[in-house]
Design a protein around this ligand. Sequence first.
Ligand SMILES: *[C@@H]1O[C@H](CO)[C@@H](O)[C@H](O)[C@H]1NC(C)=O
Ligand SMILES: *[C@@H]1O[C@H](CO)[C@@H](O)[C@H](O)[C@H]1NC(C)=O
Length: 231
Amino acid sequence: MASEITYAEVKFKNASPAAVVEVPPETKKHEHHPQKYPSWLPWLISLLLLLLCIALVIALFVVPFSHSSDQPTALQLKFREWWCISAEPQGKERGWVCCPNGWIHFEKSCYYISGDMMPSAESERNCSGMGSYLVVINSEAEQTFLSKKLQQYSKGENYYIGLSAQQVGQWHWVDQTPYNETAAFWREYEPSDTADEQCVVIHKNSGLRDNWNDVKCGKHNRICEAAVVTV
Ligand SMILES: *[C@@H]1O[C@H](CO)[C@@H](O)[C@H](O)[C@H]1NC(C)=O
Ligand SMILES: *[C@@H]1O[C@H](CO)[C@@H](O)[C@H](O)[C@H]1NC(C)=O
């Protein structure tokens, strides 16, 4: 019992003088002296600091997180069955590169090579309906890869690519890639640049490199392209 009492006295002596001496004078000062700032200002500052903290938390954690779980691409939304190959993860890139079943893969793209023929506008719609576009050829490597695949696996003769001309000689890629004369792979004596030949096909039997031909926009096969999906 004696030790309990001693303990209570020590606590009292240490704590209560501080409470009695310090707190009341401060509150009195606020009451009696003219205020230099309105009483709600500390609250406002606290509120602003709180909002700043919330903004920081969002900037540091929520934004990068929502970035890393990307929105699904149009291609992703259209297909349920995929095949993937493992790839060296590089920096932010993930470890698997995937294309829909039945599509082929080259570098950063997936390709669909059609077995049926459609007019050009329908071909374009068919690609976009599958979350893709008529192929845009950016390099000789891509050109020869696709030509080889056509020769190996496909029965068609002419395959639409995403190049066309509204006006004679003014070639435009479907994705707005600038047309580059030196990275174009026209067959010898092509393009014929006539008003009725506004569409472009790969002519399969003209070799691997220079096999583009401008044609009337009638029924032909097609090649669709979309970016690979990485997971
Ligand atoms: C595109 O064409 C292929 C082959 O004819 C067909 O299976 C597919 O359903 C078509 N997709 C769309 C969106 O038109
Ligand atoms: C055009 O293509 C050539 C050959 O691929 C390339 O060296 C050049 O940089 C390209 N030019 C433009 C403007 O893209």
